[in-house]
Design a protein around this ligand. Structure first.
Ligand code: RB5
Length: 147
């Protein structure tokens, strides 16, 4: 199961990505927001990040206007590797090298087709492990040092 969340700046793109994921037969839980009313992106970043870290969701997708706020917020949750991407290469590498468990997109940055391509590239990629796992272990150690 994938959990998806956005603020008002990412709502339109979230709707498009929900349809894309449904077309792919992927089970999606929508954490909101579900209206154009202005909301605070950390609330949705927290909800999605905590659901991923708990294991209830395998992966998460977060969208705000630029993706910047959501990535900053989600990465505060220990165990989250949230990757803000803008092209297919970054999306693929975020999984192969960084094992990103949350993909972050900018709803005011990307058109819908490109965003679907980014999600597809991320979902279809596989973490390579090996030397990349050693680097992720260093990130985990850094998290522990400061928490
Ligand atoms: C909301 O206006 C906007 O600040 C938010 O969507 C996001 O872009 C923050 O990083």
């Amino acid at each position: 199961m994938i959990i998806i969340g956005s603020d008002h700046g990412g709502l339109k793109l979230k709707t498009a990505l929900n349809s894309y994921l449904n077309r792919r037969g992927i089970q999606v839980v929508d954490a909101g927001t579900n209206s154009d009313a202005s909301v605070d992106y950390p609330d949705f970043g927290q909800k999605v990040a905590e659901t991923v870290v708990s294991g209830e969701a395998e992966l998460g997708i977060l969208i705000c206007g630029t993706g910047i706020g959501m990535s900053i917020a989600a990465n505060k949750v220990p165990g989250i590797r949230a990757a803000l991407v803008t092209d297919v290469f970054m999306a693929r590498m975020s999984r192969e090298h960084n094992n990103a468990n949350i993909l972050v997109l900018g709803g005011r940055v990307l058109d819908e087709q490109i965003a679907c391509d980014l999600v597809g590239a991320w979902l279809d990629a596989t973490f390579e492990g090996g030397r990349h796992q050693l680097r992720l272990d260093k990130i985990t150690a850094l998290e522990k040092k400061y928490s």
